[in-house]
Design a protein around this ligand. Structure first.
Ligand code: 13P
Ligand code: SF4
Length: 290
């Protein structure tokens, strides 16, 4: 079973068995009866698949495909942060290591974070890690105060506000779609905010014919395939650079995927006691997600 995130190269998306956002990919990894999952995404996604399906071989075309959010939250520093807030419930975005998941009460993704936080008991304070931008947005949407870990995504922090305004000048009818990992001043410009799958659905359902898309531009491939006839514009980085493409996601290539299938490597391996500790908050997420 080849699973691919929307941020993968077009060629990888075209041969994947299933393409989805982080929540959909976790659900698929948990449900499939395939013996081998090739995860075309980043390390925390493949690791989550292994946590959910320990009996399966889980391959990642390039083991160095990390994530700036996961890197921004080392498990020992996170343990110290938790120790400073012993009464808090710990909600961690799925973009973190198994060692951080193992210290969490609940995992969330960008598609269910608001809904899950709203379900938490009102008398318990909440720590939210590692994405402060997603955390601020969840805080505003849920009305719950969150103590935020100061991590961020290097891709979603790179978009140029000036480029968004220029695109809006050129295409005043265009709707601005944004992922909640974006900085607050960019979210203020958005007409619709949601996970990658939610942005794709919105592009199909909206009466608008043009869209400025504030997330990694890999998603534009599915938007153009699934919503033909509408126009989609990605947003470059602040100096016009292409740092809007995730350097970790893009480490996976069609050649590495082929090599992976030939050799059944590199595979994700996990210590069993860590896996079990990381599994509990992921299972809780899957139970609470509507
Ligand atoms: P979603 O898959 O939840 O939209 O999150 C995007 C992302 O940044 C994955 O790394
Ligand atoms: Fe991590 Fe950002 Fe890349 Fe997603 S886009 S994998 S959050 S660095």
């Amino acid at each position: 079973m080849i699973l691919a995130h929307y941020y993968q190269d077009d060629a990888i998306q075209d041969i994947a068995d299933f393409i989805g956002d982080s929540l959909e990919l976790s659900r698929k990894a948990a449900a499939t009866d395939a013996d081998v999952i090739v995860f075309c995404g980043v390390h925390f996604m493949a690791e989550t698949a292994k946590i959910l399906s320990p009996g399966k071989t889980v391959l990642l075309p390039d083991l160095d495909a990390g994530c700036s959010l996961a890197d921004a939250c080392p498990s020992d520093a996170f343990a110290a942060f938790r120790a400073e807030h012993p009464d808090h419930l710990v909600v961690s975005y799925i973009n973190c290591s198994a060692a951080v998941k193992a210290q969490s009460d609940l995992i969330c993704t960008s598609s269910n974070a608001v809904d899950l936080v709203r379900q938490l008991p009102l008398d318990r304070p909440i720590l939210f890690a590692p994405d402060q931008n997603l955390g601020r947005w969840v805080q505003a949407q849920s009305g719950r105060e969150l103590t935020l870990w100061p991590g961020s995504c290097i891709v979603h922090e790179s978009f140029s506000e000036q480029a968004v305004l220029q695109l809006k000048l050129e295409h005043p009818e265009a709707e601005v779609l944004a992922h909640p990992e974006c900085l607050p001043h960019l979210l203020d410009l958005a007409d619709f905010i949601g996970s990658t799958s939610a942005l794709l659905r919105r592009a199909a359902e909206s009466p608008a014919q043009a869209f400025v898309v504030l997330t990694e531009p890999g998603i534009l491939h599915q938007m153009r395939l699934q919503v033909p006839g509408k126009s989609f514009f990605d947003v470059p980085g602040a100096d016009g650079c292409s740092c809007n493409a995730c350097p970790y996601m893009r480490l996976n290539t069609l050649e590495k995927l082929w090599h992976c299938l030939e050799t059944m490597a590199p595979a994700i391996e996990l210590d069993e006691s860590l896996r079990l500790r990381a599994l509990a908050p992921i299972q809780k997420m899957l139970e609470l997600s509507r």
